[in-house]
Each structure stands twice: as C-alpha cells, then as structure tokens.
Design a protein around this ligand. Structure first.
Ligand code: 9WN
Length: 441
C-alpha cells in the first residue's frame, strides 16, 4: 500500500470511530456532540465513499434548526457531559428552540450550502435536483434568518455574538477585544492576582488535551462568561444587542457566507426556485460591503466591530479567506497570495499558521493562535484554485496531506514541525484528507 492508501484507510477509520449512526462527532472525549461546521466538512469527505451517509450527516444537522431558521452550532448527544453540555446552554429557555433535541443557542460559519453542493456534485442530475429540493426549505430559512437577525441594519455583513460562532474561538482579535473592555471585574481580578490557576480544577477540556495547547484559563472564563450573558437573554438577538458586549462582523464567517450565497443562487436556478427579493438584494450588498473590510494601509482585510465599525486590525489566517469568498478583485487576490508566500507571515514549513508568524500573539502550539488547521487550508486551497493559482493550491494541498500523513488525524498541527496537536482522531481532518486525496487523482 502507498502512503496515500495508508492515509485514506486511517482517515476512514477515524470517521467510523466517530460515527454515531446518523451523525459524526468531532472526536470522542473532548467533543461528544454534533457540531455545525464540523458536520459540513465531514459530509464533504463522506460523499466520496458513501454519498447516502453524507446526506444523512446533513439531514441530521437540520433536526436542530430553530423555529426562526437558525442552525445551532451544537446539537447535544443526550446524557453526554463534556466541557459543553445541554445544561450549560439550556436552549429550552427560548421558545424558538426545537422541541425534541437540545442545542446550543448560537450558530457557526455557514458551510451548509457548500456541503449540499459538494454532495450534489457526486449525484446524477435528477437525484441532485431532488437532493437540493429536499434541503431547500431549511437552507433558505437559514440564510433568511442570517440576514434578518444578524444584519439588523441591512448593511450586508452578518454579525456574530460569541467567539464560538466564528469557529476560531481564541483567535488573537477576539482575545484582544474581550481584554480591552469587555471582561467583567471578577475575571480581571483573577488575572491581576494571578490566581486563575484555580480554574484548572473546573476545566474538563484539559483532561483530554495538554493545557498549553488549549485556551488559557482567562480566555476560557471570558468565553464562558460571554455565553452566560447570552443565556440570560434566552438567546434573543434583539435583547442581546441592547447590552451587547461581543458583537463583531467576522471576516472568515462573512467570506463563507458570501460563498454560500453563490451556492444558494445556483441551487435555486437548478431547481427553479425564486429567491425572495429582499434576500437577493442583501446577498448582492454583501459582496460590496466585504470591500469595506479592506485596509489600504496594511493591504489586507480585517473583521469589524459591529457597533463602532472599527476594523479590528489583528491579523489572522482569516485574512486569506476572501480568496474563498471568490468576489474580490484579481489584484487583491494577488496581494493575499503574496502574504501566503511570505515566510515572515504565513510561509511556514507546514502552512497555514492560524496567526501570522510576525504577530506578537503567535504561538505554534496554542489552538487558534498559531497552529495550522486542515479546514482552513481546505478553504484557502479552494479559493486559490478559483483565482487560477493552481500551483499554490497544489503545494498547499501536498503540504497539508504530508502533515496529516506524518502525524495522523489530529485536530491541529504545529506549523513549524507538522506535529499533531489537540485531540487525536479528529473527524474534519480525516474527512478533508479524504477529499484532498480524491482531488489528487
Ligand atoms: C466550541 C468542534 C469545535 C469546532 C471549533 C473549535 C472547537 C469548541 C470548543 O471545537 O470549538 O465550539 O470546545 O472549543 O474551535 O471550530 O467546531 O470541533
């Protein structure tokens, strides 16, 4: 067996191990529930060897949809206690939550349309149309919710109310923003007195993963506190925004949304559905508003504070995701590719570091503050190809596969050495390895 066959076999084994029948958990121990963007990436891999199972992965996400159209970031496996569990979220506090499953009260990057289309690509035309028709009402309701609730001023960008919604929990920009003025006094006090060590006793994530590879105690508390505030408002966006603390327009999230909008339009065409006019307009506006996130001085895109419209100029790998959105000019795409090549920024031995090497935050082993993540690489590879940077895309695909072959299906990787970090047997690493391998043929 060749190296690639070995990798394929071990990736499939990871997906098998994490398969709960109708959905796949990201990993045993640390993540025993169903996560939104994880399942989308998982289905993108599953479609290569069992397209019916890939469909089920997506349909099982839809069982968590709220009555207002929101897709929650977690659907809980009943009775499983972990760092996150149903009692922590109490989704039943909201009348909009689904009746028969417990979920979190926030969403995650909208990868759903991408997964739906990738599954569709593997089906013959008639079956593809019926697949699109099957998920259409839920998909449309999700996008309508996004613009109705998360773009209340009709500006074209969706806002996020918790770092977990962005999927990049402790990316430097969020930690800087929370640290600036959003932390409650008691967390500041713990930090100042250096007694946050006591929090370690209450953390279950660090039982599975070395503490230095996860968020710091202060970061974990900050996220927990932000979540409690959302729960107190029963996850009602209007009430949350009344006293908003964390409210950002995340660059990565909005790039994924813009790509999802493109897919939504194509799906609508293929099954002859009309998009509601208001949604159509919002989707067009989104592409224009993305350009407001461009900073001409540093020549890159950033996330933005929802309230003040201040650009949050703390660079991260999200900087490269406008390539995936696919709506930016070729000229700007070239500038982003230059950053990807630059060895002081993103050009490490095993790219792409989640925080640039020249950032004061850069830490090659800490979660979203330096390690390379396979899902982000997958998004960037896709974007590079669409802008015609085929060689860059092939190089990134090769180094990503090499990193996984070398270390196994870990959650994230040291960008300098390629060593695996976080939890082992991580589903999206396995699924996207399968997808990248399929594209090599
Ligand atoms: C909180 C499941 C999820 C991913 C996120 C990743 C991490 C959760 C956590 O794990 O977040 O949602 O407990 O830290 O940051 O992107 O979806 O794999």
């Amino acid at each position: 067996m060749g190296v690639n066959d070995d990798l394929l076999a071990s990736a499939k084994k990871v997906l098998d191990t994490n398969d709960k029948g109708n959905y796949t958990i990201p990993a045993h121990g640390l993540y025993p529930h169903q996560w939104l963007w994880d399942s989308c990436f998982i289905a993108i891999g599953q479609r290569h060897f069992d397209v019916e199972r890939a469909k089920i992965e997506i349909l099982s996400l839809l069982r968590g949809q709220w009555k207002n159209g929101m897709l929650p970031h977690i659907i809980f496996t009943p009775g499983k206690k972990a760092a996150m569990h149903e009692g922590h979220w109490q989704s039943w506090l909201s009348p909009l939550s689904p009746d028969d499953v417990s979920t979190s009260g926030i969403t995650q990057p909208p990868m759903l349309a991408e997964a739906v289309v990738r599954i569709g690509e593997t089906l013959p035309l008639t079956e593809r149309r019926s697949w699109y028709g099957q998920v259409w009402p839920n998909l449309l309701a999700y996008h309508e919710w996004m613009y109705r609730e998360r773009d209340p001023h009709g500006e074209g960008l969706a806002l996020q109310i918790h770092p977990w919604e962005t999927g990049m929990d402790n990316t430097p920009g969020w930690m800087e923003l929370l640290g600036e003025h959003l932390l409650p006094w008691w967390i500041r006090l713990l930090a100042r007195l250096h007694i946050d060590g006591i929090i370690s006793w209450f953390r279950s994530d660090t039982r599975y993963v070395p503490a230095q590879e996860r968020l710091s105690n202060i970061e974990a508390l900050a996220l927990y506190d932000t979540q409690l505030r959302l729960r107190r408002k029963a996850y009602d966006t209007d009430k949350i925004l009344d006293h908003s603390l964390f409210a950002v327009e995340d660059l990565a999230f909005n790039c994924i949304l813009i790509r999802a909008n493109t897919h939504l339009r194509q799906i609508a065409l293929s099954i002859r559905k009309d998009l509601p006019e208001d949604l159509y307009k919002r989707m067009e506006l989104a592409e224009k508003t993305l350009e407001e996130l461009w900073d001409p001085y540093t020549e890159q895109y950033y996330s933005r504070d929802f309230i003040t419209h201040r650009l949050l100029k703390q660079p991260s790998v999200a900087t490269l995701l406008p390539l995936y959105a696919g709506t930016i000019s070729e000229e700007r795409a070239k500038l982003l590719v230059k950053m990807l090549e630059n060895e002081h920024i993103f050009g490490t031995a095993y790219p792409i570091p989640s925080a640039p090497r020249n950032s004061t935050w850069f830490n090659p082993i800490c979660y979203w503050q330096g390690p390379s993540w396979v899902n982000i690489n997958w998004l960037v590879i896709d974007g590079l190809k669409r802008y015609g940077f085929d060689e860059h895309a092939a190089a990134l695909r090769d180094s990503t596969l090499e990193m996984i072959s070398k270390s196994d299906c870990y959650e994230y990787f040291n960008p300098m050495t390629g060593n695996g970090l976080g939890t082992k047997n991580f589903s999206w690493t396995a699924a996207l390895a399968i997808d990248l391998l399929a594209k090599e043929k």
